[in-house]
Design a protein around this ligand. Structure first.
Ligand SMILES: [Zn+2]
Length: 339
């Protein structure tokens, strides 16, 4: 009796499973065709779209458009290389050559030691105790000067002011370059098929001849205080990024300390954002050399120039500063380097 019951149960279970499998199979075979068709349509549309865009980019219509606006694109690319030069204005502050010494790690457990050895060669990383690391995060500028041997003199202050002036121009330049590129694209957007502009904007930018612009702020130098425990198990890090804000704090800090030692400051001013804007506004947002202003060229990058260069003994003072457009400033820089 019991055996019969088990047999019947088994048969029922098998029947139910067979029924479910049959339903699944019929549903799948029913859907197989539509799914296949959808995939086929998708593949075909992607394929035909890439053929279409390929033909479009090679068409005389696109090439004519490209040559019509070549001048503006070249201007953007020139501004981009100028910005890249500005970004390189920073030279490692502790790059002074103290000679070379060999470091041998004789510890028994070389756990994470390799990383430690790499970082010790990097002038922008300072290995320290956990306490120093914590204090550095509370008073970054003070600790930066103290532990990275930034000398408290006018020449250091001048170099940081130059870096700040260049970085500030680079940041503003990035913004203006982005606006200029967008406005060029906006002006021609009606001449480019909507489908191409919508799905292939990056390709349009590249095919028109715009270089790849780097709008990131990765160029800001970073100084790091790092603590790694002897075993390498616990660690802490404090990064100090020399961005516009920190550079400005740094020159204020240096200025205060130098003022303390040197009481006669003369007419010396500090290259702050307020001063830069003041000079631009005084010069009516016009280039003092070619008279071009932001009224004629909306996205014109205006820079602050030392009339007598710092390298020739000029100082940062209102009467030694003038507004120049980036093109004139670039030409001036090249002329001074060649003399
Ligand atoms: Zn100019």
């Amino acid at each position: 009796m019991k055996g019969n019951f088990l047999l019947i149960t088994l048969i029922i279970i098998i029947a139910v499973i067979a029924f479910i499998v049959k339903i699944i199979v019929s549903v799948v075979s029913f859907l197989l065709l539509p799914i296949g068709i959808i995939i086929l349509i998708a593949v075909l549309s992607v394929l035909s779209y890439s053929i279409y865009s390929h033909i479009y980019f090679a068409s005389s219509k696109f090439l004519n458009l490209k040559s019509d606006i070549q001048k503006y694109i070249q201007n953007c690319n020139d501004l981009n290389s100028h910005i890249n030069e500005l970004k390189n204005s920073f030279v490692d502050i502790s790059s002074y050559d103290y000679g070379k010494g060999e470091l041998n790690d004789n510890s028994k457990f070389k756990f994470k030691r390799k990383e430690w050895q790499n970082s010790i060669k990097n002038h922008q990383i300072y290995n320290c105790s956990a306490a120093v690391c914590k204090s550095a995060s509370n008073q970054p500028i003070k600790y930066l000067c103290k532990y990275f041997n930034i000398e408290m003199n006018e020449s250091t202050l001048t170099s940081f002011e130059t870096v700040l002036n260049d970085f500030a121009a680079a940041e503003q330049g990035k913004e203006l370059l982005r606006n200029e590129r967008d406005s060029i694209l906006n002006n021609i957007s009606n001449s480019i098929p909507k489908l191409i502009m919508y799905f292939k904007r990056d390709a349009v930018i590249q095919k028109l001849g715009f270089e790849a612009y780097d709008f990131s702020d990765l160029y800001f130098p970073v100084y790091t205080f790092q603590y790694v425990s002897p075993g390498g198990n616990s660690s802490a890090k404090c990064d100090i990024k020399l961005n516009i804000g920190n550079l400005e704090k740094l020159i204020f800090y240096l200025n205060d300390l130098i003022k303390f030692r040197k009481s006669v400051q003369g007419q010396r001013a500090l290259m702050t954002s307020t001063l830069r804007e003041k000079i631009k506004s005084r010069d009516n947002f016009c280039c003092k050399k070619c008279s071009l202003s932001i009224r004629e060229e909306k996205n014109l990058l205006l820079e602050i120039d030392h009339i007598i260069p710092l390298s020739k003994g000029g100082i940062t003072s209102e009467d030694n500063l003038q507004t120049l457009c980036w093109r004139c400033n670039r030409t001036k820089g090249a002329t001074i380097e060649n003399t």
